[in-house]
Design a protein around this ligand. Structure first.
Ligand code: SF4
Ligand code: SF4
Length: 131
């Protein structure tokens, strides 16, 4: 079965993906290279840990194959995407920046369950106060 993301990779360009401590530890542990945090993480202006970009794309993105080099242990936020949580609207939604967003989470139940998991993730790892 073809992946919905095949030959895309748009969300890996100029990524602003925030990382949890668990994401960072998992990547360091699973990577065959001996990666240090500073190789792929930096603190953004909001004091959050964020994935680094290099040459306009995430450090882990292979621009030729349009694939993620750490797909099996990619950050949790990348797994949820294109599902995101809009803090102002206080709801989960599919990010309009994803050109194929209408193909994801078509099943309402799957959407609801993943939204619940996303909110739990944000509450636990980023201390967000959401219902
Ligand atoms: S999630 Fe959307 S933007 Fe990202 S690679 Fe898949 S189709 Fe492209
Ligand atoms: S970790 Fe992988 S999926 Fe996430 S932004 Fe980087 S290349 Fe894309």
């Amino acid at each position: 079965m073809k992946s919905l993301c095949e030959n895309c990779g748009k969300c890996c360009l100029d990524t602003e993906m925030i990382l949890s401590r668990n994401d960072i530890e998992l990547i360091k542990r699973e990577s065959s290279k001996s990666l240090r945090g500073r190789d792929f993480v930096f603190k953004n202006d909001n004091n959050q840990l964020q994935l680094k970009n290099i040459e306009g794309h995430c450090v882990f993105f292979d621009n030729n194959s349009k694939c993620c080099n750490i797909y099996k242990y990619r950050p949790q936020g990348c797994r949820f995407y294109p599902l995101i949580y809009d803090i102002n609207e206080e709801k989960c939604e599919l990010d309009k920046d994803c050109p194929r967003s209408n193909l994801f989470y078509k099943n309402k139940q799957e959407f609801e369950i993943t939204c619940k998991n996303l909110k739990t993730f944000l509450k636990i790892h980023f201390k967000l106060k959401i219902n």
